[in-house]
Ligand binder design. Structure first.
Ligand code: MGD
Ligand code: MGD
Ligand code: MO
Length: 756
């Protein structure tokens, strides 16, 4: 029997309490120290935390929230950053003895928590054809095996090269260079499932697929509209900034089906006030939109702005395109449509609009609550419309802030990890390395799954990540991986994705951010780019988890040297001295001039961003208004919408623990949060086990055994954790334009569980 790709369907021992009304406090500090001490021991752990996010330390491997430009406290980390460090600096090891003890089938029966908790990978491993256990393999043999499979393919387009957003700039740059020299643009990444919708919307409307503000702008603006984001859990250092925004007189509006704890109030753990248990209230207004209710909400905001005559005619005239036709369409939308489809009243929307209008400056922040819907691109384009019509963009304290996820996901894109990089990039790459990159667009994440399923792709290589568990439709993705000749994962920790392999499977263990990277020319550092376009260095100092680990950069160079017979790229020299890589990056990618010198300055440097100076590099040469028709999801009777989101104790598919402290959930992950009336209508009792079935174009998918939790969520809107709920997300359900999987509005029904 083949190993099950789903996490085990077993219940733990749920304990429930009321959701918390304020975030952090001393509890977070004790919790973070507890995690680090349990995993790494007090000494190694303290040493790591001391260097976390310092100007001469390493970049936090958790989220992409920026560090302050000026003075930094010696505690520039958060509870969840500490968990990420603990999980990497753990003293536990999964070594040859471990893999001799457990077969792949046995490992597949363990929980995601168990797999991650087992420890750090220590040496390269091979799961041979029809073998039951992984066994050690030498680095050279591993590289040769990859080369053999890659060179046996009928076409380079039969191979897929995935990247997760933790890879450094240097590793990512060499990876995409290798892949393009090999001959394909099949470079899917986690961004395809994440902020792709933001990139698509922003590139079209303002000419750059990135945010346009700085940390200081956030802290000094008059109004912060936070849509579809849960900073208390996913960007906890943002709470320090939100507290400053409020202290500086700014107003925060939360737009979210849930009034998340981290948007209610914050008690700073490193300030006396916080230690005394006092909290700063954050959001002055919470707008409980229905799932996918943001586009109509934004239309209400726009109507209010127009009615109040709060537009900026000079900005519109000078800098924008398409205003007249946009205006006509907005005027045609009725308040009835707006309130019915958003689920919020005209009064609430007008109140939010009033705050936005009164504010001299305003910033909108957003994350997955906006990006993972069928009309995500339209919704984000409407956010842009709101800033264009009021002129609140391209000046200090005003602008757009897509809050990135992985700590270097933005940098990986800057380095060329994308299945459809523009011609300007490819031409520069070709010139620098004297070859011709392929021009045909490659597969994105879901295209890759479909290609593997169809037998059109035979090799899958993952630079980090957990493609199996992060992708939609876990069973289809598993079937896709099994179709491959070879699957290979460059990773720090064991995950479920390593258990569902092609005919042969490889695990290539790499150094983590916290660890010293010693190469022939001496100790190396790498660089990363945060959510606000600051490029800075990251240098680990800890003794590596095993002397057999290689850096990501060295692994990429090893694969390239084994695979490419004709290449003029000095792969060996690159792997020995990362300054040489950076010298090439500065010639290929705009904004990186004098890279080696500038990145050595404490704090690094900002990449250029034209929008900050009101220069919009779009097709029209101006910022574009867009028309985004309402397109509500129609549900049949009995159906609900389900969002799949993160608990407080996980980093994507890495599960640190089974609690979701702020939402009052202890010791369980198989829960579904439901509106009380929805439960009553279905005769579902609190904590009753239910099965969830999703519905898409006549297909159904079922996830079994979840406990029903009554929760303050709008009627018709449910929530369950990722990755347990990924089996429900249809492969074909993809956002228009960005092609992002629709994991925040899955159409479901629920029924009492039939799981034995
Ligand atoms: N500790 C920790 N940090 C992380 C991560 C992690 O897993 N753990 N993941 C990292 C990554 S890769 C990313 S992308 C980010 C993710 O950061 P978030 O986007 O904050 O992640 P989610 O948990 O998916 O939360 C989505 C939020 O949007 C709301 N929401 C859902 N649907 C809608 C909607 O239709 N409209 C509105 N307005 N709101 C909606 C949900 O209620 C929830 O508050 O965090 C990064 N940081
Ligand atoms: N249903 C649903 N699905 C989703 C989402 C959702 O909200 N709902 N969110 C989507 C989003 S926003 C994202 S970004 C993706 C995330 O998808 P991925 O980025 O593919 O997944 P992660 O869980 O972040 O990857 C974790 C693994 O990365 C490896 N790793 C950790 N550190 C390092 C390192 O330094 N180097 C290397 N080489 N490997 C390392 C470890 O082996 C670890 O097990 O998932 C997406 N999937
Ligand atoms: Mo993400």
């Amino acid at each position: 029997m083949q190993p099950d790709p789903e996490p085990p369907r077993q219940l733990l021992d749920l304990k429930r309490s009321a959701p918390k009304d304020k975030a952090v406090g001393t509890k977070a500090v004790t919790n973070s120290l507890k995690h680090v001490n349990q995993q790494a021991g007090a000494n190694r752990g303290a040493k790591a935390l001391y260097r976390l996010n310092q100007k001469h330390g390493f970049d936090c491997p958790s989220c992409a929230w920026p560090d302050p430009d000026g003075e930094r406290s010696s505690f520039e980390f958060c509870e969840n950053g500490a968990k990420a460090v603990a999980t990497e600096t753990t003293k536990k090891r999964v070594d040859a003895a471990f893999f001799a003890q457990y077969s792949v089938a046995e490992l597949a029966q363990k929980s995601d928590f168990w797999l991650n908790d087992a420890g750090r990978l220590t040496e390269p491993l091979l799961l041979d054809t029809a073998a039951s256990h992984y066994r050690p393999i030498s680095w050279d043999d591993a590289f040769d095996l990859i080369a053999e499979e890659l060179n046996a393919a009928a076409s380079p387009n039969e191979s897929i090269f995935y990247t997760s957003g933790r890879a450094s700039n240097e590793a990512a740059f060499l990876y995409q260079l290798f892949v393009r020299q090999y001959g394909t643009n099949n470079l899917p990444d986690c961004s395809n499932m994440c902020h792709e919708s933001s990139g698509a919307a922003l590139n079209e409307t303002v000419g750059i697929g990135k945010g346009t503000v700085t940390l200081e702008d956030i802290e000094t603006t008059d109004c912060l509209l936070i849509m579809g984001q849960n900073p208390g859990t996913n960007h906890p250092r943002m709470l320090t900034s939100l507290e400053k925004t409020v202290e500086n007189g700014g107003k925060i509006i939360s737009v979210n089906p849930l009034f998340e704890t981290g948007l209610r109030a914050f008690s700073h753990p490193q300030k006396l006030k916080g230690v005394l248990g006092k909290a700063t209230p954050l959001a002055s207004q919470h707008v409980p939109v229905r799932l996918n209710g943001d586009l109509p909400f934004l239309k209400g905001m726009l109507k209010s702005v127009i009615e109040a005559d709060a537009i900026d005619p000079a900005f519109i005239e000078t800098y924008t395109h398409g205003y007249e036709s946009f205006l006509a369409k907005i005027n045609a939308v009725t308040w009835k449509e707006i309130t019915q489809q958003s689920g919020v009243s005209e009064k609430e929307i007008r109140a939010a609009a009033n705050t936005f209008i009164q504010a001299k400056d305003a910033i909108t922040c957003w994350a997955m609550g906006l990006t993972q819907h069928h009309n995500a691109v339209a919704t984000i384009r409407e956010v842009v419309n709101l800033h264009l019509i009021t002129g609140k963009i391209g000046r200090p304290k005003s602008g757009l802030c897509p809050v990135r996820g992985h700590s270097n996901v933005q940098g990986d894109r800057s380095m060329g990890v994308w299945e459809k990089m523009p011609e300007s990039f490819l031409a520069a790459l070709d010139k620098e390395f004297e070859f011709t990159s392929p021009r045909k667009h490659g597969y994105d994440a879901v295209d890759s799954i479909e290609a593997m399923l169809a037998g059109k792709a035979r090799v899958f290589i993952g630079l980090g990540g957990n493609f199996l568990s992060a992708s939609p439709d876990t069973h289809a993705t598993a079937a896709a991986m099994r179709q491959c000749q070879l699957t290979a994962h460059i990773a720090t920790k064991l995950n479920r994705g390593h258990l569902i392999t092609g005919k042969r499977g490889l695990i290539l263990p790499c150094l983590g951010r916290t660890e010293a990277d010693l190469q022939k020319s001496g100790p190396q550092f790498v660089t990363v780019e945060d959510s606000m376009g600051v490029v800075h260095k990251s240098e680990g100092r800890l003794e590596p988890a095993s002397h057999q680990l290689k850096s990501e950069t060295a692994i990429v160079c090893g694969i390239a040297r084994a695979t490419l017979t004709e290449t003029r790229v000095p792969w060996l020299a690159f792997s020995e001295n990362y300054d040489l890589i950076r010298e090439c990056i500065q010639r290929v990618i705009p904004g990186f001039q004098d890279f080696n010198a500038r990145v050595r300055k404490p704090g690094g440097f900002y990449l250029p961003n034209g929008v900050k100076e009101r220069s919009f590099q779009t097709a029209t040469g101006k910022a574009n208004f867009t028309i985004n028709p309402l397109s509500p999801i129609s549900l049949e009777s009995g159906q609900l919408l389900l969002q799949t989101f993160r608990s407080h104790d996980q980093f994507n598919t890495t599960i640190y623990g089974n609690n979701d402290r702020y939402r009052g959930i202890k010791n369980e992950r198989r829960v579904i949060f439901l509106n009380k009336e929805d439960m009553a209508e279905r005769n579902i009792a609190p904590e009753q086990p239910v099965d969830i079935t999703s519905h898409f174009k006549g297909e159904t998918r079922t996830a079994k055994l979840f406990l029903a939790i009554p929760y303050d969520t709008p009627k018709g809107c449910a929530a369950a954790y990722y990755p347990e709920a990924n089996v429900l997300v249809p492969l074909g359900a993809r956002a228009e334009t960005s092609q992002t999987p629709i994991s925040k509005s899955v159409i479901i029904t629920i029924a009492p569980s039939s799981h034995a």
